[in-house]
Design a protein around this ligand. Structure first.
Ligand code: 5AD
Ligand code: SF4
Length: 495
């Protein structure tokens, strides 16, 4: 992966799949002293800096792929890049501030190299549009998530005309094409595949429906075609992505299939050894989706199932569409069907009107479910959402206090679970060398836990390992054996 990823970087704990090497990479903006001089024979270079969620990480991969087709090599150093893209996030205020400060630090690059094209993509771009161009005269392009496929064209336009452009209108269902990876040389062992975009839920705290637009599911044939392409080039794990991924196909348009059938069809593609999906919404679960954890052997025993709060009053004010009991019923059924499933979640504290009793309800839910990890956030007001203006604003210090208490408890639970893994045997798909120790390789268990394995193994190796040590968010293991490549494919037996 050549883009710099800062997935969910204001969440605590750091995002599991990218835990290692999390934080600022050496090539971060303003930290390099590399020479700006390059000969005209050298290839053009693109630097993409990713803020926010997996959706953005996936979009960034696509941007790098699109620019590779135009002859741009990826770089981790913005100072030598001909095209710099900041792929922004606006989910919380902190993420937005980070983007604005990164955008500010691009100014000196433009002063040194006026020909470099600077672009802002993602959710802040979508929200701010032209006003971002007005506020930051050194930025050339502002484009929203629907316009990723047009990046090469927009770059050429700027290079030829030196006119600055903003593209932020949402495309209609018929105009929008889900961007896919086109660069065969950068196919990852674990690949994201978008199955739907946007969100129709309008939770009152959330900016996403405004920045990503309405829910649109992709045609199943298009999804399966992309998975086939990826699997034929070495992807062994497919992560189906969507804002409310298990809402896939609920509009029942032609070309779509129920989500549980999609899971089975993806799993049946030769070369696919693991399937995951993220993030589902508790209200969109059907029993057939849950049964897929029993019936589709490739479906990994992990689910990230955002709960947001353990209080019915808060859930109602958030308009989450489920009660605490309904959430717990999904968890119970899932554990009945797949006892080894590991559950992670997102939780917000300090939502307007959240009382001490509501907060205690969240703590008791955490106690009851014993999530393997939780991304915990202090509520952050987002202009334009319905929660702004609700009564009962919780003071910032109180939000911070509740966050600390929640995190402390969750860390203990995560620690206890990780310690209980020592001595156990797991199957790990190696993704690459460990960033902190070149004598180790890093991969993930089926339960989505990062595992650092003693020894050097090629990306794509499936290993049986024994856990020898538990760290704060990851495990260390010694290899036992290589797991042979599966020859048979899963049956599409999901109900
Ligand atoms: N304030 C705090 N956290 C938020 N999230 C979304 N919007 C907000 C907000 N306004 C969190 C939710 C969501 C995760 C991606 O970010 O927990 O699941
Ligand atoms: Fe935001 Fe709610 Fe949609 Fe998730 S389901 S993206 S929290 S509006």
């Amino acid at each position: 992966m050549t883009t710099k990823l800062r997935v969910l970087d204001d969440a605590v704990p750091p995002d599991l799949p990218h835990e290692e090497g999390h934080g600022d990479a050496p090539g971060a903006l303003g930290t390099s002293d590399a020479s700006a001089y390059r000969s005209s024979l050298e290839p053009r270079r693109v630097f993409v800096d990713t803020f926010g969620c997996q959706m953005n990480a996936h979009d960034s991969e696509r941007m790098v792929g699109l620019m590779a087709a135009e002859g741009y090599a990826p770089t981790e150093d913005p100072e030598i890049a001909d095209l710099i893209v900041l792929n922004s996030c606006s989910i919380r205020e902190k993420a937005e501030h980070k983007l604005l400060s990164a955008a500010g630090s691009l100014k000196f690059i433009k002063e040194k190299r006026p020909d470099a094209v600077l672009a802002i993509a993602g959710c802040v771009a979508q929200q701010e549009g032209k006003s971002l161009l007005a506020r930051a005269p050194h930025i050339d392009i502002v484009f929203g998530p629907d316009h990723i496929a047009r990046l090469p064209e927009l770059v050429r336009e700027v290079q030829q005309t030196r006119r600055r452009v903003s593209e932020t209108e949402f495309l209609s269902r018929s105009e929008f094409a889900f961007p896919r990876l086109t660069d065969a040389s950068s196919v990852p062992v674990s690949a994201y595949v978008s199955v739907m975009k946007g969100c129709d839920k309008f939770c009152t705290f959330c900016i996403v429906p405004f920045t990503r637009g309405r829910e649109v599911s992709r045609d199943a044939a298009d999804i399966l075609d992309e998975v086939q392409w990826l699997a034929a080039r070495g992807s062994q794990e497919i992560v189906l992505l969507g804002q409310t991924v298990n809402a896939y196909g609920r509009q029942k348009r032609s070309g779509q299939v129920p989500f549980h059938e999609l899971l089975a069809q993806v799993a049946a593609i030769p070369g696919v050894r693991r399937v995951r999906f993220t993030s589902p919404h508790p209200s969109d679960f059907t029993d057939a989706q849950i049964l897929a954890f029993r019936d589709v052997p490739e479906l990994c025993p992990h689910m990230h199932l955002p709960v947001q709060s353990g209080s019915d009053d808060v859930l109602a004010r958030m308009r989450r569409g489920y009660t605490r009991a309904e959430y717990l019923a999904v968890v119970r059924r899932l554990r009945e069907v797949a006892p080894s499933v590991s559950l992670t979640t997102d939780i917000i504290v300090g939502f307007p009107g959240e009382t001490e009793k509501d907060f205690q309800d969240t703590l008791s839910l955490v106690e009851e479910v014993r999530f393997q990890a939780a991304f915990c956030f202090a509520y952050s007001e987002r202009t334009g959402t319905r929660a702004v203006g609700l009564d009962g604003v919780v003071p910032f210090e109180e939000r911070a206090r509740r966050l600390r208490i929640l995190l402390e408890r969750q860390e203990q639970i995560t620690g206890e679970w990780l310690s209980s893994m020592v001595g156990q045997r797991l199957e790990v798909l190696v993704e690459g060398p460990s960033k902190s120790d070149p004598a180790r390789s890093t991969g993930r268990s089926g339960q989505n836990r990062p595992v650092h394995i003693d020894g050097s193994f090629l990306p794509g190796t499936m290993l049986e390992v024994e856990v020898v040590e538990a760290f704060r968010h990851s495990l260390r293991a010694t290899p036992i054996a290589k797991t042979p490549m599966a020859t048979s494919v899963a049956s599409s037996s999901a109900a």
